[in-house]
Design a protein around this ligand. Structure first.
Ligand code: CP
Length: 312
């Protein structure tokens, strides 16, 4: 197994399948994992978060704790970063205390890659700028696998702000590795020019795509990364590309709705479709713990994952 995960492209199909299979073992008693495993006792995981997170940071912490690793949560606010300490010095300081794995989120694309050059511990990219978010793609693949037997020929429509989305990039490359067909849908102003070369279909016509999709994956409008008028107004965006009740009614009977969170309700998704039985957004969050447990277990080479002990 790989020692670091910087991009979803670090994994081939067999590598992804292995993580999904191990996650299913951890979830064998249900989606919420209540058992604690001794497998990573003596290992230390640091969550090094320079950017806000709810789902990713919490689920990495829960995953590491469920595996009995020691967990340190580092956020830039309240640390020596506020006194000007660099990422390199911060990383080396943390590593000097003896850590096995650093989970890094950073607003700058490529920050986890630089970290990987500076430290001997493993590094997981927990989201870097507009670049990648590989563990989001893994948990999304796991969630899709719960609803569809095979990825081969699965039609996934990724809708919205592809330009600023690290989730979209990891999602596209992960889905393609598994054999799915990806269509990117959204305003041309929010589509990266290089998307045409990614082996995906690109279209602004959401109403033409929805009836054919098995999975509708809505992207968050990355308002914090927008410094220009990419869409006339958010109301206009919602009207032309948002998933409202009428558009949800166009979906195939077994199609599912996904969103990485946090949602801008009323923009990329209306309140009602977000609550439909076919919306698996809450499952995505629950599955994040299992998938990250599988990844930590496989990367840190722990003892038998199935040698469980009851929760203390
Ligand atoms: N999906 C996701 O990365 O959410 P957070 O920003 O809350 O971690």
């Amino acid at each position: 197994m790989i020692a670091s995960l910087l991009s979803i492209r670090d994994l081939d199909r067999a590598g992804i399948e292995r993580i999904l299979a191990e996650a299913a073992v951890f979830q064998k008693d249900g989606p919420r994992i209540t058992r604690k495993y001794p497998t990573l006792r003596g290992k230390t995981v640091v969550n090094l978060f320079y950017e806000a997170s709810t789902r990713t940071r919490t689920s990495f912490e829960l995953a590491a704790k469920r595996l009995s690793a020691d967990v340190v949560n580092f956020t830039a606010g309240g640390s020596a970063v506020e006194k000007g300490e660099s990422l390199k010095d911060t990383a080396r300081t943390i590593e000097a205390m003896g850590v096995d794995l650093i989970v890094c989120r950073h607003a700058s694309s490529g920050a986890p890659h630089r970290l990987h050059e500076w430290v001997s511990a493993g590094v997981i990219n927990a989201g870097d700028g507009m670049h990648e978010h590989p563990t989001q793609a893994l948990l999304d693949l796991y969630t899709m696998r719960q609803h569809f037997e095979s990825f081969d020929g699965l039609r996934v429509a990724i809708v919205g702000d592809v330009l600023h989305s690290r989730v979209a990039r990891s999602e596209i490359w992960g889905l393609q590795t598994m054999g799915a067909e990806v269509t990117l849908v959204g305003p041309p102003t929010l589509m990266p020019p290089q998307a045409e070369g990614w082996g995906v279909e690109v279209t602004p016509d959401v109403d033409a795509v929805l009836p054919k999709a098995d999975v509708v994956y809505l992207l968050r409008m990355q308002l914090e990364r927008m410094d220009a008028g990419y869409v006339p107004t958010l109301r206009e965006y919602a009207r032309l590309w948002g998933l409202d009740a009428a558009r949800a009614a166009m979906l195939k009977e077994d199609a599912i709705i996904m969103h990485p969170g946090p949602m801008n309700r009323g923009v990329e998704i209306a309140a009602d479709p977000a609550e439909l039985p076919r919306s698996v957004i809450t499952s995505q969050v629950a599955n994040g713990v299992a998938v990250r447990m599988a990844l930590l277990y496989l990367m840190l080479g722990g003892r038998d994952a199935r040698a469980e002990v009851p929760v203390e």
